[in-house]
Design a protein around this ligand. Structure first.
Ligand SMILES: [Zn+2]
Ligand SMILES: [Zn+2]
Length: 294
């Protein structure tokens, strides 16, 4: 192992997060009303992490081919062009209006140091996402989340591959209830995106122990994607694996073989139609044998 390569792949994850924090800490106010900047940083991070897969690959079985690349590209477009915008219109803006109408204020949050504001935003976002994701593995909501688990390999953009309804639900957050400066919220948003990209990437990182104690990495997240439905009920956190440690669902280890239902890869049309499977099975008058024991 080349020593420089070892250093780069040890420091890459923490250094990227530090750069994102620095960028937003010192971002000029003129950038804050430009929605494209957050999208540009998110997509830039995805491209960068994807490129790393060709420099220090984790598993040859996860290597990106044309079919996987085009599917990932479709979902990146869908997420940033449609789902993120729907999220703003249907969830964040109504929540911000309700907060104003009800006179809810958390002015104290505006006086915290920037790093504490980012940490607060990150925790609020992740806390909600953790419980919703956990609920998805333990209720009928599995039908929306299962397509994400039918992916048969992990790559940088795979965090965005799934049923659109699930992608919308899992991005919901109550962060709009808090009075926080826009740059702290944008920073937390960019951090979760970068960490999710690292956690899905086919990259062999040599992660520092403190980093993997706090943040989700590919080891616990690949275990979450392992074959067998019951085995997926661990390591739910999107970015803060600390949530799993706090709520007793952390499991050590990793998996190289991922997927569900005998690793059946779904087409995009099948990913879109997946939540209707129970309904279609009911119409056909028979039990869907693929139903998991939720
Ligand atoms: Zn899951
Ligand atoms: Zn995942």
């Amino acid at each position: 192992m080349n020593a420089t390569k070892k250093i780069v792949f040890t420091l890459f994850q923490p250094a990227t997060l530090a750069l994102i924090v620095l960028f937003w800490a010192f971002a000029p106010a003129s950038l804050l009303d430009k929605a494209w900047i957050i999208t540009a940083i998110s997509i830039g991070t995805l491209v960068l992490v994807q490129a790393l897969e060709f420099i220090n690959e984790r598993h040859t079985g996860w290597r990106l081919d044309r079919r996987e690349f085009l599917t990932d590209l479709f979902y990146v477009g869908l997420y940033f062009a449609v789902i993120a915008k729907l999220e703003t219109k249907l969830a964040e803006e109504p929540l911000a209006s309700a907060k104003q109408a009800l006179g809810i204020t958390t002015v104290w949050a505006m006086h915290l140091p920037f790093v504490a504001q980012v940490a607060l935003a990150l925790f609020v976002m992740e806390f909600g996402q953790y419980w919703l994701h956990r609920l998805m593995h333990n209720s009928f909501l599995w039908w929306t989340h299962a397509p994400h688990h039918h992916i048969t390999q992990l790559n940088a953009a795979k965090g965005l591959v799934g049923n659109p309804l699930e992608l919308f639900l899992v991005s919901l957050s109550v962060i709009a209830v808090f009075d926080l400066p826009l740059n702290a919220v944008f920073c937390a948003y960019n951090l979760t995106g970068a960490i999710a990209a690292f956690a899905h990437a086919n990259v062999r990182f040599y992660t520092p122990r403190w980093y993997s104690y706090l943040f989700t990495t590919v080891e616990p997240h690949s275990l979450h994607h392992t074959v067998g439905f019951n085995e997926t009920r661990c390591n739910y956190a999107n970015a803060l694996i600390l949530c799993d440690r706090m709520f007793g669902t952390f499991r050590q280890g990793e998996a190289s073989v991922v997927g569900q239902e005998e690793r059946k890869r779904l087409l995009i049309s099948q990913q879109f139609m997946f939540p209707f499977r129970p309904l279609m099975a009911m119409i056909r008058g028979n039990q869907d044998k693929s139903a998991p024991p939720v």
